[in-house]
Design a protein around this ligand. Sequence first.
Ligand code: 7TS
Length: 415
Amino acid sequence: MISAKTPDWSALRRDFPILDQQVHGKPLIYFDNAATSQKPRAVIDALVHYYERDNANVHRGIHELSNRSTTAFEEARARAAKFINARSPEEIVFTRGTTEGINLVAGAWGLKNLKSGDVILLTEMEHHSNLVPWQLLAQRTGAAIAYVPITGDDGLLDLSQLDELLSPRVKIFSMVHISNSLGTLNPVAELCARARKRGIVTLVDGAQSAGHCPVDVQAIGCDFFAFSGHKICGPTGIGVLYGRQELLEAMPPYQGGGEMILSVGYDKTEFKHSPHRFEAGTPDISGPIGLSAAMDYLDAIGRQNIWKHDQDLAHYAYEKLAALGDLRLFGPRAKSDLRAGLVSFLLKDVHAHDVVTLADQAGVALRGGHHCTQPLMHKLGVESTARASFYFYNTRDEVDRFVEVIREIQKFFRQ
Ligand code: 7TS
């Protein structure tokens, strides 16, 4: 749902109780949204309501509370399907997060479908969670891994060799939608279309996109799409894996246990259909319920509005940082439409961790490090960057204060 009118951003900010506090005696400026977002009152209330009124295990009891829990849990599945425009709730598997979603595909689809000589295609800007599961799979199957290169500091995918890279040996192409280190928005619909033409299965890592821009898995044309609840105003410990139904149905279970079976004998088990086949054991029940409230909340704002708001902050921050000089900026250049709501940078002769530590003293929460993209850092010739990542409750005033703090840090290290 895209709402036509401009949201009242300052009223929305007041929905987040955590933002109204001081840190080290300074007003908190929370610019670590790519790591995890804050939670609005509506989500906190949904969790409290569930535990105060409805808590029971799902899919087993016949009593009232179990019925209520099961209904809310399955309604959340339908809500998630609507959030990304899946064809049906059956295409939604609840996971712990993006990481588990990708591991599930690598473990269940990958082990069944890959063999020695096959190729897994990734990009050079992947998060470790879209690298390590494939490396484990490659070790187990003898498959090889190839990478779509990036162009340099402006962090775009270099697609000039894509036709050659999409060779007949490639069985799956797994790509990040928005890079958490560079802020690049990748042309995933085009990439999926080119892969699909060659019969290659596609996975999109939507950890940084699902809550930040409109997402329509049918329009993207991917086979799998994974994201995390905690980055989109939902609780930690819950995520979503979308899979096209025919692929999910053909996949063996990922873990075994209760909930995922039709019948069990001492030597043989019949499994449920997907998605339940992939949800062994008592699931996180409050997670999907909180996540559903988060999805309602975000769609009432409109993700196109959120995208524009966050991009405006990123462009504003990029230009103000660039004007300081003596620093390196990563990712798409100033004003690029392909830059999402974050800015990675490195001050000349100052370690990213020092920047983050000093910014924290000024109340500004940043992240410094390799951002779980070590190979990308090596490619860029750095060990780490400092990163400011925005969400719709952040403001231009906060960016002004942040840039002022960075200027003071530069001054401190020049002394
Ligand atoms: N993929 C991308 C692109 C990510 O940014 C992250 C987390 C993940 C996958 C993994 O998500 P999880 O919820 O399963 O952990 N990124 C970050 C970050 O940038 N800072 O902290 C976590």
